[in-house]
Design a protein around this ligand. Structure first.
Ligand code: GLV
Length: 330
């Protein structure tokens, strides 16, 4: 660690586990408001900083980096990093990091919760009770779809997708997955999963759950055509990134009965939702809380802080997305 402490602009109050570390090793300037800084506020905060600790709400691109010439490392408190322009950072000699691994189980829990909630219409039931509209038990009331023994299609079979498959074992589900890269035969055997092309997965699954990162190739992976390929009784679950679904097409599909329901934790233009989405009863909508447990958010904050500290100790940050930025010829 050099003699004067590096200045770190932290774009939101993060859990203590991370903040305490940063405050011990750096000169941390924490954005005090309970909202994301605007782009201007981000640039202002970043201007004299040596490092940034950001959330997924902060877009860090070539312009932000150009306006913050002292910044050498940007640590996202998130595993997804579609808010980063990593190529621009590499070019500028700035290393970027994320928080892989620590939130897999928490996010898989949420995906499964959303699946159950959507299948069994829990949010509708809750609304019925709260509004005082329940007039007693009814044999035809709030009929949903069984999760046990149903077919689950997992799109993107990384750490979180595999976590969902592990949970599905307890519900005796048939599990299909679609991924560019096949899992090893040992993993396929252990998790009782079968790799199939995406179109086959869409056609066969009762529940489709998305676990791909947002990349140019996964934007609108689920669109009007893919929704048409799903069963009319199927539900779509998304805890990955909103733009993986064409949200306007999803509203249309939910309205017209092309699919039965959807459970969403993420949206194409957060915090906005596509017009009409919130008026539909066959959708469960959550405010991007996939990793939101006390323990996991603490681990994420600690991991981001550790990446920054490692960097200023002259080490390669353990979760560097572009370690080549460190060796870039100047
Ligand atoms: C949350 O969405 C994350 O990417 O960590």
């Amino acid at each position: 660690m050099r003699h004067s402490k590096p200045r770190v602009f932290v774009t939101r109050v993060i859990p203590d586990a991370g903040l305490t570390l940063l405050e011990k090793h750096t000169d941390a300037d924490v954005w005090p408001h309970d909202r994301a800084p605007t782009r201007e506020e981000l640039v202002r905060g970043a201007k004299n900083a040596d490092a940034l600790v950001t959330l997924l709400t902060e877009k860090v691109d070539a312009d932000v980096l150009a306006a913050a010439p002292r910044v050498r490392i940007v640590a996202n408190v998130a595993v997804g990093f579609d808010n980063f322009d990593v190529a621009a950072a590499t070019k500028a000699g700035v290393v970027m990091t994320n928080t892989p691994g620590v939130l897999d189980d928490t996010t898989a829990d949420l995906a499964f919760a959303l699946l159950l909630c959507t299948a069994r219409r829990l949010a509708e039931g809750d609304r019925l009770m709260r509004t005082g509209a329940w007039d007693g038990w009814g044999i035809m009331q709030l009929l949903g779809h069984d999760v046990h023994h149903a077919t689950l299609g997992i799109v993107g079979f990384g750490r979180i997708g595999r976590g969902v498959a592990r949970r599905a074992l307890g519900f005796d589900m048939t599990v299909l997955y679609a991924d560019e890269f096949p899992a090893s035969p040992e993993v396929e055997r252990e998790l009782h999963v079968t790799r199939v092309p995406l179109d086959e997965l869409l056609a066969r699954s009762d529940f489709v759950t998305l676990h791909t990162p947002l990349l140019p190739g996964t934007k609108h992976l689920i669109n009007a055509q893919s929704l048409e390929k799903m069963k009319r009784t199927a539900c779509l679950i998304n805890t990955s990134r909103g733009p993986v679904i064409d949200e306007a097409a999803l509203v249309q599909a939910l309205r017209s009965g092309t699919i039965a329901g959807a459970g969403l934790d993420v949206y194409e233009h957060e915090p906005k939702m596509a017009p009409g989405l919130a008026e539909l009863d066959n959708v469960v909508i959550l405010p991007h809380i996939g990793s939101a447990s006390y323990a996991t958010r603490g681990k994420m904050a600690q991991m981001a802080a550790s990446n920054v500290i490692a960097f200023f100790e002259g080490k390669t940050p353990p979760n560097a997305l572009n370690p080549e930025a460190l060796t870039r010829p100047t």
